[in-house]
Design a protein around this ligand. Sequence first.
Ligand code: EPU
Length: 416
Amino acid sequence: MCRFEINGGKHLCGEIRTQGSKNSVLPIMAATLLTDKECIIHNCPDISDVASALEILDGLGCRTQYANGTAVICAADADNCKIPRVLMKKMRSSVMFLGPMLARKKEAAICRPGGCRLGERPIDIHIDSFKKLGAEIYEDGEFINCRIDKVLSNDITLLYPSVGATENIMLLCAAGNAEVKIINSAREPEIVDLQNFLNKMGADIRGAGTDTIRICPRCKLCGCEYRVMPDRIVAATYGCAVAMCGGNVFLKEAEAEHLRVFVAVLRRLGCDVTTYDDGMRVSSDKKILCIPSLKTLPYPGFPTDIQPVLTSVLTVANGCSKINETIFDSRFGFTDELMRMGADIQKDGCSVLIKGVGSLNGAEVAAADLRGGAALVSAGLAAEGRTIVKGVEYLDRGYENIEAVLSGVGADIRRI
Ligand code: EPU
């Protein structure tokens, strides 16, 4: 098992190119099942979740290739409609294959998906919506078996604007001949990216980015060539690392439009942030101000995926901050590890009270999920002395070559 060894205390200066978005590319890869023609996906990040998605597509019978950030996928011979348990458990996004498999083969079998343990993470909204669209679903032990004759026209009102459920419905209906409206849909930029990809394949979907999405009938989709949007969470992670370590970094291709609330938060922390058409510059003198109260919210609110790295920054702020996590019910596991580095954090259900301590000390800590792992790496970069971060495989799920990226702007971090 790999670990990161970090010698903290270095300022970060230079330029980081923002990788392609993990949460965009995974449903886009699933969408390639909707055509027999070849799809070419550029800016596809070199992360283990993409490797897992390619493994799922291979197992379903697709022809796949990946090199230099481009995935080429052709589903012409994709005849399987069951994903093995071991692949389902590798990541949450495995559930995104249900919609396109059903659309393609009229039947599909999956077991409950794995992914970061952030709380219960049910898939009831996906299942209920599919039933309203005509699917018959029954559970057989751990497997969920689905059948559909044809997708029915319907208005689907989501009880919660679930990102995954919104995407799965789009994927089930994009190539169908029904008219479907998703009301109270998720509004995340990744939904817009999926809409753009599907429309480039020939679908007729409108409204992504708002709370109502309309999918119009379209029977046949074709292949296309597409460039995935930049990863807003990765850009924010590196922005937080700069805030915490001090320095000046240009986050090339970071889309400020997708990060409005985060940019406001960085400025509130005392950082200088300048946004440009092709990226944003973050500079920090390491004098971090506290944030008295902040809640995570669905887009365009403050993203839950940035909460762990922000919590890490606030451990060294001047004063007390409170963060309320409203999306996942168990997303503060990493704070126990931060406390081993000298942080002062009190957990109270879905909130944490963080008393800024000025500086952290190096320690041996273990990541137990992707963004929690990023929070520990940021803390290690800013801490005095040597930090060992175990559980690097969690970071590899979503961050492309994180140690090389950080070394490139002056961090002392290596994989051992
Ligand atoms: N939920 C339900 N039932 C459902 C679906 C969701 O109760 O059927 C609940 C979840 O348990 C959670 C909340 O609704 O409490 C939000 O879940 P949502 O479906 O919106 O999230 P997701 O699709 O599972 C995606 C991202 C997450 C990100 C969330 C919220 C992907 C692959 N994952 O998850 O990203 O935190 O949206 O923005 O797109 C990450 O990248 O580290 C990550 C966890």
